[in-house]
Design a binder for this molecule. Structure first.
Ligand SMILES: Nc1ncnc2c1ncn2[C@@H]1O[C@H](COP(=O)(O)OP(=O)(O)OP(=O)(O)O)[C@@H](O)[C@H]1O
Ligand SMILES: [Mg+2]
Length: 410
């Protein structure tokens, strides 16, 4: 697929603030997991795969939780998943070698609630971030003792954590900037335990790194199984406005395609449609306030509209519109994009994904071996084949050096 210079990079032409690692501890099957992401100068591709139940969706959701923290919705997102009792790692604090060998029963100590900590972290080229949640401090008079609370947060410069690279730190209700020689300056004093420092500290002049990090995380895009049923938003029209990147529900598909036609890589999009559906071409009827997508197919006297397309065809068009966004996000996340696509479409889809991954970071959770194989050899691809042992998600084959690339701030 041709990649035109016309389409800007994810960061308006400058280097993308690439993520190098995602780290999770205590979240569902992710007892303690650090994964490296695929990194290229401007992009990179991470493909997460593995058997049912190995932890792919948990890892995908962890990224979503970091995004929820930047929107100020982390505690609500955890509550929607059933709260800490449901999402906290249900195994023992420590899994011993004897437990792994089956020589000792799996058991943990009682009274874990006080010590229970859920941690999420990401390392970037310029800024890294970690957040730690736990239960409310014991207050037996309250009915809300199982509410999750944000206990600590950290932002530091560069990838691997070092106390000297700490820029901003939150402990309880206090957020402070870490200055030279251990001197710190308060940025916020009464932050709610439900609010992340990413939303509590908002002044770009006072805390530029918080502002920059929040802005970057907020622009991540998640596409998770587009609806294609009869009532799907992508099948009905929506009042069209210029759409630089497709909405998560695909409801602005026609406007997104028209935007690509006007200011994006129109030829590339048509080539991608032709590669998947030989002889087909996309146009948009812009005569009314709700634009209408039209797929011209050989052998038909009129183009078909979104409401008339098959589920797989519509899903492929949605993925193509997302991947040809004139404004690519710094991280584009596709959860099981192969769902309901014919195997013949997986190779064209892989080519689209690989081309986009040269310009921005792409994260794909995939089941289909054909898609995984087609993506595996593309430049900058990091294949994460997850496994599960005694209920915990593992990334086999990680070297000691790779594991040491992430350290939780203390
Ligand atoms: N609180 C918890 N503690 C430990 N394990 C949990 C917890 N909650 C869920 N799990 C387990 O996490 C495992 C991984 O789930 P996940 O949904 O990530 O799997 P997956 O790889 O996406 O599987 P699939 O391919 O079926 O979608 C499941 O086996 C689930 O039972
Ligand atoms: Mg899953």
């Amino acid at each position: 697929m041709p990649v035109k210079g016309k389409t800007p990079t994810a960061n308006g032409g400058s280097a993308t603030p690439s993520l190098s690692h995602l780290a999770v501890a205590g979240y569902r099957s992710l007892q303690q997991l650090t994964v490296p992401l695929g990194v290229l100068p401007l992009g990179g591709l991470t493909v997460v795969c593995g058997a049912n139940g190995c932890g792919k969706s948990n890892l995908y959701r962890s990224l979503g939780l970091i995004a929820a923290a930047a929107r100020g919705e982390l505690v609500a997102a955890l509550a929607a998943e059933g709260g800490l009792p449901a999402v906290f790692w249900a195994g023992p604090e420590r899994t011993t070698r004897e437990m792994r060998r089956g020589e000792q029963p799996v058991q943990g100590s009682s009274g874990r609630r006080e010590a229970a900590r859920l941690r999420l972290g990401m390392a970037g080229a310029s800024l890294s971030y970690a957040i730690e949640l736990g239960y409310r401090a014991d207050d037996h008079s309250s009915a809300f003792v199982l509410d999750p609370e944000i206990k600590r947060e950290w932002i530091w410069a560069g990838g691997p954590f070092h106390p000297r690279s700490l820029l901003v730190q939150r402990s309880g209700a206090v957020v402070e900037r870490c200055g030279e020689g251990g001197r710190s300056q308060p940025l916020a004093l009464e932050v709610s335990p439900h609010e992340s420092l990413l939303t509590a500290v908002s002044d770009p002049l006072e805390a530029p790194e918080v502002f920059q990090l929040r802005r970057m995380i907020l622009s991540w895009r998640f596409y998770d199984s587009f609806r294609t049923d009869r009532q799907a938003p992508a099948r009905s029209g929506r009042i069209a406005t210029r759409t630089l990147s497709l909405a998560a529900d695909g409801g602005d598909l026609a406007a997104a395609v028209q935007t690509i036609i006007e200011i994006g890589d129109h030829e590339g999009l048509q080539a991608a449609i032709g590669a998947a559906f030989p002889g087909c071409r996309l146009t948009v009827d812009t005569s009314g306030p709700s634009f209408r997508l039209q797929l011209h197919q050989p052998g038909l006297l009129r183009p078909l509209e979104a409401s008339e397309l098959s589920d797989g065809t519509l899903r492929y068009l949605l993925l193509a519109a997302a991947l040809f966004s004139p404004r690519l996000p710094p991280l584009l996340v596709l959860n099981e994009p192969e769902n309901s696509l014919h195997p013949d479409l997986l190779e064209p889809l892989a080519r689209l994904i690989a081309a986009v991954a040269e310009r921005t970071q792409v994260w794909v959770v995939a089941h289909a071996e054909a898609l995984i194989t087609a993506l595996e050899d593309s430049p900058g691809c990091r294949l994460l084949r997850l496994e599960r042992e005694l209920g915990a998600t593992l990334l086999p084959g990680q070297t000691v050096l790779e594991r040491a690339a992430w350290r939780w701030p203390a």
